[in-house]
Structure formats: C-alpha cells, structure tokens
Design a protein. Sequence first.
Length: 298
Amino acid sequence: MSLLLLPLPGDEARASRLERLLGADRAPVAFRRFPDGETYARLDGDATGRVVVVVGSLCDPDSKLATLLFAAQAARDRGARKVVLAAPYLAYMRQDASFLPGEVVTSRVFAQLLSRAFDALVAVDPHLHRLESLDELYDIPTVAVSAAPAIIAYLRRTVPDPVIVGPDSESGRWVGAVADALGAPSLVFEKTRHGDRDVTIGGADGASMWKQRTPVLLDDIISTGRTMTGAANVLAAAGFSKAVCVGIHAVLVPGAYAELLRAPIARVATTDTIEHESNAIPVDALLADGIREAVSRL
Ligand code: R5P
C-alpha cells in the first residue's frame, strides 16, 4: 500500500514534491489555532493499515511541537500501522551535553518525546557533534540523510576552482566529504564561541596558499550567521576573493541573512531543508530515499 503523507503547516509544498517522488498519497489533514492559541487537529480520512509519514521541518520547534504530536496521534487514531517522522531539519541537536550544573540536555529530552510519538525518524544531516549517530539519542529506527551529493552536484556546476573551507572543527565531516568528491583542497578553521552571537575564528595560518581559488564556506547550520561572517572576514583578510557560502540548514534568525550579504560573501546557497530565499540546493530526492529506507526498517 502506498505511503500516506501528512504535512505540518508550512510543509505542504514539500509534501507535494515528496508525493510525486514516492508515489504516495496525501492525508486530508486540517490544523488551526483556537482563539486562545491552542491547536486544533483533524485527520479526515482513513489510515487503517497505512504507514503515515508526518512531514515537518522543525525549525522554530517550540511553535510546532504540539502540532507535531497531535499529527502523530491523529494518524494513530485513524488506524495507521506505523507513523514515521520525516524532519528535513531536526531541531534541538545542539545542546547535546550539560556544561553547567542543572543545564538540561535538551537533545535527549526532545528525542525521548519524539521516540514515544513516532515509530521511525528521517532527518537530513542532523547536527551530530559529540554524538556518532542519532541512535545514541533516539529509541526508534533513525535514518540520517546526507545532503553531500546535492551540495557536490551544485558546486560542480557553479564553482570551477574551489577550496572548501569549514569555519569550525564540527564542519570538518562535511568539508572532507565534499572536498574529496570534488578533488578540491580543504581548510578547517577553529571557532571559539563566547556567546550566542559572539564567535572568533582562528586557525587560518597558511590558508593564503589557496587564495587563487574560490573559497566555499561550508557549514551545517547558519543561525545568527556569525560563524559564517567571521570565517568570511578571515578569508578576506588572507587575500581571498568573496566566499560562496553554503549552508545545509537555513535557520537564519531575523537579520542574519542581511548581515551575511554585507560580509565578504559573494552569495549564500542553502539546501531546502528549511524554506528560505537562499535555497539553491534541493534535497527532496535524497529525503525520499531516506523515507524509503526508514519504512523498510519498520
Ligand atoms: C554549530 O556548531 C554549527 O555547526 C554552526 O556552526 C552554528 O550553529 C552556526 O551558528 P551561527 O550561525 O549562530 O554562528
């Protein structure tokens, strides 16, 4: 039986694309807010025996959590055999450790909540820093889809002689994979974080040997943009031309995009895991493969 896709509000266009790629059906679902701000959810239609895939990019997660949980329950109430979450952007992956007494490891709490509501999870490049895999957090089968093939294809098409630059050590895993595939050199800088919007970038000694190439800054998340602008400034000071700034998840808080465009950055290209005007790298086909894999593990 074909999959039944149930998009969260805002993910309808993505669900339509996935519907075509997967030969799936769309669940007739309705969400709305009551005047007091609470959420109403209704799945009008039968899901008996079906695998339902809730499609929702979890940027701004606190505003979506209730809807997400109600969507999963609506599917079960209508008889779904299994309920899968396809979250192109998986939130709450950055607080993966407690650094101060009493600090909540929100990655773990969030994972416990979702593991109770869903039978499997698919996410694109979840931010795995101190963890090797999502399985260390989630109690359900998980599939981490890599956006690297789409990024590689985009760079192959648009940047002739790149040097791939990671602004911090965490970006090293993406930088290595992309640079190897393109046969390009790579650099990984060092980031020191002083606060939410305050980072310094170092470790650029010797970088200027590649300054004839086009610098491609590559990171998984662009949030305030300070990591990218810091790295772009370091590259400019080392004599590079303006950077092409590639981000997997365009979290981009208000004001961040404008700040990036004022930095020594030629253009910003993000994948479409979060809808944003900088989206230039579609990952639907990779996400569809990830959904197929998750379903095969149920
Ligand atoms: C975290 O380490 C991530 O890989 C990114 O580097 C980080 O989230 C970027 O944040 P911001 O854009 O706020 O500097």
